[in-house]
Write a protein that binds this ligand. Structure first.
Ligand code: NDP
Length: 451
């Protein structure tokens, strides 16, 4: 008789946990997966997917207005917010069901509830206890909000995706991915948007030209930006909320959205009692094999706070399953991971920013091209795009590519392959452009910006 109930218990059925469990099941392991909310996790149910659907929805307003430049006339255009949220929820239900089917088809047992470790092989769910030889923790992260008076009146991205009605006025706190993405969504739908943050620019860590360009474009689209200041307290009144700022001003709004980062979801999981090493922010410390200091307990995805992106969690899960259940040891490669911010216009990057490249290399060449998308030349849309290549001078290797503008994430995905394959600027130059596109700028930039 088997020593344990299962070969693997996974806690958390998000992108990483589901992929790891399915693969382990496919490799013959007896697997159970525990989920306290719904199978699918942050990306599918409370993050990337619903967010992007709302980005699409909100951008239609601009497309309608651009269409007038092409001779279209619309009368009586209006938007049904509740209808959109309902349609979005139907789509999420469909995706949730796909995740359930994937697990069932891989023979993974689904258990609903909160899993708590009681020893290194045992997980308790309510009154039930189950055991496994190996345990995988993939519980993701949860929005973090600083503790200021009235913070209970604010919402996080979770609720922002579920609002029954569109706020007429919204204050967004933070300058990271989530803050700028929601600023674009609500501004697109016609809300008055104020974004407030402690830094001097949005998107810390991104290339400086993209950060500057996004602030300009957001301003053009009517988003009011207040830098280097933060709310000190939030008061509820009859009309909504009054947000008092550290610069002495206040803003009145119907909703206050905090997008001040996310923290690993490790509280109350019993990790301390088992002796698992955690970082100060609660992230599980793992080695390059996704293994914690307790050798049969593994963790991956946002709960480890390495690079918190869905495709990274999925790749970590793949590496974990290959290593532990398929006798084919595999490490995740964290080099040159492309990313995108679905702001309006969107941003996408792969490799080093100009600042990071200057720190790492003695000499670099920087190629920049700013442009007004052709699509907008017949419209009143003043949005501009920008593309940038960072090249290491001695080897001529392209070590960074950055873009803000229409379709930036779709374009950078392809450029990321070239960078991963260590392409040089000569390879880019030797590539024939596709005309007329914005993407062709990446292979036609000939003049480096002077130092
Ligand atoms: P980010 O880490 O991107 O940004 C956090 C923001 O909160 C920053 O502006 C930060 O300021 C600010 N902040 C942090 N702590 C405080 C505080 N105590 N008081 C005031 N401001 C504070 O987090 P997000 O919440 O936007 O997103 C979380 C993660 O989710 C991202 O890092 C990303 O990994 C992932 N994500 C990815 C998306 C994508 O791929 N498109 C979309 C959405 C999320 P400062 O810069 O000054 O530190």
């Amino acid at each position: 008789m088997a020593k344990f109930d299962y070969d693997l218990i996974t806690i958390g059925a998000g992108s990483g946990g589901v992929r790891a469990s399915r693969l382990a099941g496919a490799y013959g392991a007896r697997v159970a997966i525990i989920e306290e909310l719904r199978e699918g996790g942050t990306c599918v149910l409370r993050g990337c997917v619903p967010k992007k659907l709302l980005v699409y929805g909100s951008h239609v307003a601009e497309e309608l207005s651009d269409a007038e430049g092409y001779g279209w006339k619309f009368n009586g255009v209006n938007h049904n917010w509740a209808g959109m949220i309902e349609a979005k929820n139907r789509e999420l239900d469909r995706l949730h069901q796909i995740y359930v089917n994937l697990l069932d088809n891989a023979g993974v047992e689904r258990i609903s509830g909160r899993g708590i470790l009681t020893d290194k092989h045992t997980v308790k769910i309510g009154r039930k206890e189950i055991t496994a030889e190996k345990i995988l923790i993939a519980v993701g992260g949860w929005p973090y909000k600083p503790d200021i008076p009235g913070i209970e009146h604010s919402i996080s991205s979770n609720e922002a995706l579920e609002l029954n009605e569109k706020p007429k006025r919204i204050v967004i706190v933070g300058s990271g991915y989530i803050a700028v993405e929601f600023a674009g969504i609500f501004a697109g739908f016609g809300s008055e948007v104020d974004i407030v943050f402690r830094a001097d620019k949005v998107l810390r860590g991104f290339d400086i030209d993209l950060r500057n360009a996004l602030m300009e474009e957001m301003t053009k689209k009517g988003v009011r930006i207040q830098t280097q200041c933060l709310p000190e307290r939030i008061e509820k009144n009859k009309a909504g909320y009054k947000v008092y700022l550290s610069n002495g001003k206040y803003i009145e709004a119907d909703q206050v959205l905090y997008a001040t980062g996310r923290v690993p979801n490790t509280k109350g999981l019993g990790l301390e009692s088992v002796g698992i090493n955690l970082r100060e922010n609660g992230a599980i410390v793992v080695n390059e094999w996704n293994q914690s200091n307790i050798s049969n307990i593994y963790a991956l995805g946002d709960v480890t706070d390495r690079i918190n992106l869905t495709p990274v969690a999925i790749a970590e899960a793949q590496a974990f399953a290959e290593t532990v259940f398929n006798n084919a040891p595999k490490n995740m490669d964290y080099q040159d991971i492309p990313c995108a911010v679905f702001s309006q216009p969107p941003i996408s990057s792969v490799g080093l920013s100009e600042e990071a490249a200057r720190e790492k290399f003695d000499e670099i060449d920087v190629y920049v091209s700013g442009f007004r998308p052709m699509k907008y030349t017949m419209t009143e849309n003043m949005e501009r795009g920008l593309q940038k290549l960072i090249v290491e001078r001695s080897s001529q290797r392209v070590i960074g590519a950055h873009m803000i503008g229409v379709d930036a994430p779709e374009i950078i995905q392809g450029i990321a392959i070239a960078i991963k394959a260590k392409a040089t600027k000569l390879d880019f130059d030797a590539t024939v452009g596709i005309h007329p596109t914005a993407a062709e700028e990446f292979v036609t930039m000939r003049q480096a910006r002077s130092d």
